[in-house]
Design a binder for this molecule. Structure first.
Ligand SMILES: [Zn+2]
Ligand SMILES: [Zn+2]
Ligand SMILES: [Zn+2]
Length: 172
């Protein structure tokens, strides 16, 4: 994943074009939000991004961050992804290869992976049903390697820690 463009000029241009089409003004707050979003490789909720932005510029409100993330999504710079806890997470979309996710239900860690074999099998399965897939998102839930060690260590002691990702039955 190559991501070392001095200041995300290409992405800023894409956002600007989208903002102008939408009849909105370019603001330094939106540019800052975009910069910080592109500067992380995490999967962030709007609240997560807000707390990062707030450290740099306390005058930016949560609503602005939320609306900007929606703009980034419309412009094809960000992608919404759900991990089964009812929250909407955002990740980079522009110039990012397709990948799928494993989600740790203990610590909330999200692992990205890509397997050509799995991709090919999915296509094969779809064609068995005469189905033409437009996109897909493969997600696995479980316990990451670190958390397996931690659980083994504190087996007898009941843990008060709350898992960050609460898995519900319905998957969005
Ligand atoms: Zn895939
Ligand atoms: Zn974990
Ligand atoms: Zn991802």
């Amino acid at each position: 994943m190559v991501r070392k463009k001095a200041k995300f000029e290409v992405e800023k241009g894409i956002l600007l074009e989208h903002i102008q089409k939408a009849g909105l003004r370019r603001t330094s707050q939106r540019d800052l939000i975009l910069e910080i979003f592109l500067g992380t490789e995490d999967h962030l909720t709007s609240e997560d991004l807000y707390s990062l932005v707030h450290k740099k510029d306390p005058s930016v409100g949560l609503t602005t961050v939320y609306r900007t993330l929606k703009l980034l999504t419309e412009a094809g710079l960000a992608r919404e992804v759900g991990f089964g806890d009812g929250k909407t997470y955002y990740e980079h979309h522009y110039n990012h290869e397709h990948h799928d996710h494993m989600i740790c239900t203990e610590c909330g860690r999200v692992i990205e992976f890509f397997s050509p074999d799995i991709e090919a099998l999915q296509d094969e399965m779809a064609s068995n049903f005469g189905f033409r897939p437009t996109h897909h998102s493969l997600r696995m839930w479980g316990v990451c390697a670190d958390c397996q060690v931690n659980t083994a260590e504190s087996q007898s002691a009941p843990s008060g820690a709350q898992p960050r990702v609460r898995v519900k039955t319905a998957i969005n």
